[in-house]
Ligand binder design. Sequence first.
Ligand SMILES: *[C@@H]1O[C@H](CO)[C@@H](O)[C@H](O)[C@H]1NC(C)=O
Ligand SMILES: *[C@@H]1O[C@H](CO)[C@@H](O)[C@H](O)[C@H]1NC(C)=O
Ligand SMILES: *[C@@H]1O[C@H](CO)[C@@H](O)[C@H](O)[C@H]1NC(C)=O
Length: 297
Amino acid sequence: MPRFLVLHPLFFLLFTVAIARGQDNPISPEEYQSQIRAGFSTNWFKSFAKKPMKKYSEKNIEDIHDKGFRNLRIRCDAELYSSKVEFQWFLGNLTTIVDGCLKHDVIPIISWIHHHAEAYATEEDHDAYVAWWTAVARQLKDRDYRLSFNLFTELGIDTCSKGKTEKKIVEKLCNNSLRRRTDKYNRWTKDVTKAIRATGGKNAKRIIILASPGKTAKDLDRIDPAIYKNDSYMMAEWHLYASGPIKTPGSQKYWSGDGGSARKTNNCVERSLKLLDNGGDRFAKSGRGQWKQRKHK
Ligand SMILES: *[C@@H]1O[C@H](CO)[C@@H](O)[C@H](O)[C@H]1NC(C)=O
Ligand SMILES: *[C@@H]1O[C@H](CO)[C@@H](O)[C@H](O)[C@H]1NC(C)=O
Ligand SMILES: *[C@@H]1O[C@H](CO)[C@@H](O)[C@H](O)[C@H]1NC(C)=O
């Protein structure tokens, strides 16, 4: 695997939340799910020093397409590019890469990351988040419907630093992180989806991928239905761990033996699949769209 393509350590499952057509017509979540298939995540926009355009090559996109991969998740660290000029470079570089993907029929999925903002989630962070997505969405509003926006890379971080001892930063739980404060998650998501839709062009009916408020499947029902009930182009993402084994007990990637102990944790494959399989569960197997419908009965 080329060094600059980093395979995401988690299975990346996409779960559809809505109801249905090619690239000049809006793509339904069901259709999108079948088109994205397996893919890669990139770190091209996760370092300022290592210039994205040095890591990107069009040939690489062609190659992964030829090997059967159909999506590229473009993870973008919003902590970088703080000046206006740098942000314009970012938008320009991002556009080049999105166009390269579309040219070779690899679906580009843009995702936002900002660990500090996720952990502290201040009003200022909220405003910057909405502004970031508005700028990205406006820049790419006319790109065809294969492009999608993945609102959060994953909500995994909930430690805030409390201060420093001589040796290290002391961490404590962040009581106000997006992951712990689903009210904030819902407000950020509501505001950003409205802002993206309002940029017009194809963004009015482009696929937007929501995050699970707690990362895994069990938290999907905490998403406020008001966000997706009137929108046929939303999907939700949740994660399940298939990586490891890591020998540190308590780690989400901890496995021992045949993985029996991991089966007892929330994040393990079996438990997550059960969430999908349980007939009585909202995320029932029959249910693309069922999640949406059940919440409104
Ligand atoms: C891409 O980013 C570089 C800096 O890393 C910048 O010099 C260049 O102008 C950008 N390209 C576009 C098309 O904006
Ligand atoms: C955060 O929550 C923990 C546990 O509920 C509590 O003990 C702690 O005092 C809280 N910290 C702050 C700064 O609110
Ligand atoms: C629902 O969506 C339609 C079409 O996108 C729009 O015209 C209507 O105002 C929306 N209704 C609500 C309650 O948001």
